[in-house]
Write a protein that binds this ligand. Structure first.
Ligand SMILES: [Ca+2]
Length: 201
């Protein structure tokens, strides 16, 4: 019932959140953490968004998506590609139901693109963002960044942690590629998301 009420609140009060949720349920845990769905081998081979994640970008243009070139487990990962525009950003995120006082940990495994490696003028970063039931952002926690020194032959893990503030009703786990002036160069892959929550002390 509580979940239903939250969902109804979103539908009634915030167009922005409604569209960003993209019809997905807001659950306690992240879904499709290994980017195994949709199964690309069953499709037409075109880049597609991973199920349960939503795409965002500061610019128009072709997006990246689920990929088979690299994978840490399973047969797929999520590919990020820099855009041509200076100081642009793009990424994927997923909603979760946040409970005030709970500490959330969001981590990713990342590997550099071997045919289009990240230049120093672009970087990736994860973050946790918390919103009120009305969709107003109340807190954002940034994790460490990765850039041109990211290995091409070894997955590296990055983690961000944050405690949901008192007003929080939802959160988003966010992965972003920022292009400063990389003029479209730069690719990395993400796999094996881990998401945990612990009571706050
Ligand atoms: Ca995978």
């Amino acid at each position: 019932m509580h979940k239903l009420l939250i969902a109804m609140l979103f539908m009634l009060t915030t167009v922005q959140v409604q569209s960003a949720q993209d019809g997905h349920d807001v659950l306690d845990h992240l879904q499709n953490t290994g980017f195994e769905s949709p199964d690309l081998t069953a499709g037409d081979g075109k880049a597609v968004d991973p199920d349960h994640w939503f795409y965002f970008s500061s610019v128009e243009g072709p997006r990246s998506g689920v990929a088979i070139e690299k994978k840490r487990h399973g047969s797929q990962s999520l590919r990020f590609k820099a855009s041509m525009e200076t100081n642009s950003y793009r990424g994927y995120a997923q909603w979760f139901r946040a409970k005030p006082g709970i500490r959330y940990s969001f981590s990713v495994y990342v590997i550099n693109g071997s045919t289009d490696p990240m230049p120093a003028s672009a970087y990736g970063q994860i973050s946790l963002e918390f919103q009120t039931a009305e969709g107003t952002e109340v807190q954002r926690v940034h994790g460490p960044v990765w850039s041109s020194t990211l290995p091409m032959n070894k997955w590296e893990t990055f983690i961000v942690e944050g405690t949901a503030p008192e007003q929080a009703a939802t959160g988003t786990a966010v992965i972003t590629l920022f292009s400063k002036d990389s003029t479209g160069f730069g690719t990395f892959f993400v796999d094996d998301i881990e998401f945990t929550q612990t009571p706050s002390l």
